[in-house]
Design a binder for this molecule. Structure first.
Ligand code: SF4
Ligand code: SF4
Length: 494
């Protein structure tokens, strides 16, 4: 759309001397990296990013300090990956290693939500929530604090080394390292009681693993967030390559409206009527881009959809008195429609989004159902493999088993054990309780107990077994609550 309004009063805003250093066509893997100096953007999306950055960092740093009362003898940390006791606590939920499928379910759910969000609004994960983006943004804030905004940083880098430059650069790197240490420090608090571990870390008595993990995370945060920055997104992360398959004509993407902006050109004082498009080629959108690209080149793998170029361009459009959103979230379908002079409303409900929503609902329901029907008793029976059976002196056949019972309650429990499905004269003998009429196993609080058991079928009854591998059941009953669980086993005979 070629604007024809008067531009006599409009001043050409500052034009930025900036090149899109990561433009794919110009990028050469054999060239050294060209540093990017992202300029501070002002506007709606920058404010949203500030808010989300505060929320993400707040959640990460503060969650280990949130307390949750689970009663005596249990950790009171709301979120805790208790490595010592092989348990994952998340508020009221307690997950045992045997139940790790819940964590798998949560990861599947998170992946499906990510697919849905990508189908709706492109790489919003990358632009707003990805730890790489959030921490890089934080590192840039620190850099800007010590060295100033884009132009000041460029000037500083060109200056010869002197006391001021050394001070600014040193303070920047010290601040990055402090952030990196705090990031690594917060990570280890998820694996042990945070106040206790904090004290141990300060007085040097924490486990060696804690120091090692803090060192590793300090290194990765400093290198990836402080130094590597956009290189991680462009070269290391597989997600940009995958997400291309998840967006379609109806996905909202940060887009330059070239039908409105082109032909681009600066405002000329002599101009009475504007003869070019709305883009005044000020390159403000390139100057703020943390990825070093020019959105006017079209959709690019390098674009993390952070929308800062929208803010930058809106500011310029307001200055020159033109409609904002020359760069905007837009769908390809709407772009095509706009080129023909019409519009195409965003279709949020479509086959792809419905499919993802359906899968999210399905996985969520399965997880809820398994969570509500969760057993507090876990029993396993493992048959001896060698020998499969033994013929006793009186001709009876005996099979050996190991019974494992997990008590998920925080009080000791007694379980009786019986068998079902073998001839009536078949006998169960639990080692250590040879004389007991009803063998029982006491399982202390929070413990997995094991017992050896033998099942024997008298010689006279062997003919009653239908096959050489006769199925039967071990019946484990909680004496106090009467809860019964059955485990299938096989009786083997010659
Ligand atoms: S082009 Fe725009 S949306 Fe894409 S990374 Fe750069 S500033 Fe963010
Ligand atoms: S798209 Fe907007 S910010 Fe970018 S160069 Fe054109 S007018 Fe400037």
């Amino acid at each position: 759309m070629l604007q024809q309004s008067s531009v006599r009063e409009a001043q050409q805003p500052e034009t930025h001397q900036v090149e899109a250093v990561n433009r794919r066509l110009d990028r050469n893997l054999y060239l050294t990296r060209q540093k990017i100096y992202p300029k501070l953007a002002h506007g709606t999306y920058r404010r949203i990013k500030w808010a989300l950055m505060a929320v993400c960092l707040g959640i990460y740093y503060l969650i280990p300090w949130v307390r949750y009362d689970r009663g005596p003898d249990l950790p009171n940390q709301a979120v805790l990956l208790d490595m010592e006791n092989n348990r994952f606590f998340m508020f009221g939920l307690e997950i045992w290693p045997q139940e790790f499928y819940y964590v798998t379910g949560l990861l599947v759910l998170a992946a499906l939500v990510l697919f849905l969000v990508t189908a709706l609004a492109g790489r919003v994960w990358c632009g707003y929530f990805c730890p790489q983006t959030v921490w890089t943004d934080l590192m840039v804030v620190v850099e800007r604090f010590w060295q100033g905004d884009r132009n000041a940083r460029i000037r500083l880098d060109k200056e010869p080394w002197g006391p001021v430059k050394i001070f600014k650069k040193t303070m920047t790197h010290i601040s990055w390292i402090v952030i990196a240490v705090l990031t690594g420090g917060a990570f280890v608090f998820y694996f042990a009681d945070a106040p206790t571990l904090a004290r141990q870390l300060l007085n040097g008595t924490a486990p060696m693993q804690a120091y090692v993990f803090i060192a590793i995370l300090t290194g990765t945060t400093y290198v990836l967030g402080g130094l590597a920055r956009e290189q991680v997104c462009i070269y290391m992360c597989p997600w940009p390559r995958i997400q291309g398959a998840m967006v379609d004509h109806e996905s909202l993407l940060v887009t330059y409206k070239d039908n409105r902006g082109e032909p681009r050109g600066p405002i000329r004082k002599s101009e009475v009527k504007r003869t070019t498009g709305d883009c005044i080629d000020c390159k403000a959108c390139v100057a703020v881009c943390p990825m070093g690209i020019d959105i006017r080149d079209g959709a690019q793998l390098e674009c993390i959809q952070c929308a800062l170029c929208i803010d930058a361009c809106d500011e310029i459009m307001e200055k020159v008195g033109r409609p904002t959103r020359l760069i905007a979230y837009n769908t390809i379908a709407n772009q095509e429609a706009e080129a023909k002079g019409s519009t195409a409303p965003v279709k949020y409900v479509r086959a792809r989004t419905l499919l993802y929503l359906g899968l999210i609902a399905l996985v969520g329901l399965i997880m809820l159902a398994t969570l509500f029907n969760r057993s507090i008793l876990d029993a396993n029976v493992i048959a001896d493999r060698n020998p499969l059976f033994v013929r006793l002196a009186n001709g009876d056949i005996r099979n050996g088993f190991t019974i494992k019972i997990l008590n998920k309650l925080h009080e000791p429990r007694t379980f009786t054990v019986g068998i079902e499905g073998l001839p009536p004269n078949a006998k169960l003998l639990v080692v250590g309780q040879e004389q007991a009429a009803e063998p029982s196993i006491v399982v202390p609080t929070d413990v997995l107990s094991e017992a050896r058991a033998f099942v024997s079928v008298p010689n006279a009854d062997l003919s009653k077994l239908v096959s050489e591998t006769e199925p039967f059941f071990f019946v484990v009953k909680d004496k106090a609550s009467g809860t019964v669980t059955k485990r299938k086993a096989t009786f083997r005979r010659p």
